[in-house]
Design a protein around this ligand. Structure first.
Ligand code: ZN
Length: 162
């Protein structure tokens, strides 16, 4: 069966940065199972999986526009240290990540730099602006169950678990 809209697809994948560093992988875990065509995975990967079949392996390079978007410099901001103290973080350090609500959206904010006069934070997605390199193997392609069709997402072996 071929990967097409509304099929349930299982893939093994390894995601690497342009420098070859492994960012994420399904190795040692269950394959990623998703309902194809619903925007459950990043658009560039979904598009290039279209028409592939069980057992196919492919290398996919996804540019930022089809991945996590470009970096926006205006999302890098300097905020007062007190902002963190007020949120109960006494010892803010570079590399710390926080979930923050901004204009109705939940974003991960990364602390870039801590200086006496303030803390530089970056609200870009950590993978924004990067070309993503996937090694993907298609493990299974099947029709969705009636329940999956109704829910609009794939279910694991135990049924609806989310
Ligand atoms: Zn469900």
């Amino acid at each position: 069966m071929q990967v097409a809209k509304d099929k349930v697809v299982s893939i093994d994948y390894t995601l690497k940065s342009g420098e070859g560093q492994v960012i994420d992988t399904s190795e040692g875990r269950e394959p990623l199972t998703y309902l194809h065509g619903g925007g459950k995975i990043i658009p560039g990967l979904e598009r290039q999986l279209e028409g592939k079949a069980t057992g196919d392996s492919l290398k996919v390079a996804v540019p930022p526009e089809e991945g996590y978007g470009p970096r926006h410099q205006q999302l890098v901001q300097k905020v007062p240290k007190e902002t963190f103290a007020g949120a109960g973080v006494a010892d803010v350090q570079p590399g710390m990540q926080f979930r923050a609500e901004a204009s109705g959206q939940s974003r991960v904010v990364t602390v870039v730099n801590v200086e006496p006069d303030g803390v530089t934070i970056d609200a870009n997605h950590p993978l924004a602006g990067q070309t993503l390199h996937f090694d993907v193997t298609v493990r299974d392609v099947r029709d969705p169950s009636d329940e999956e069709r109704q829910h609009g997402h794939a279910h694991g072996p135990g049924g609806h678990q989310h």
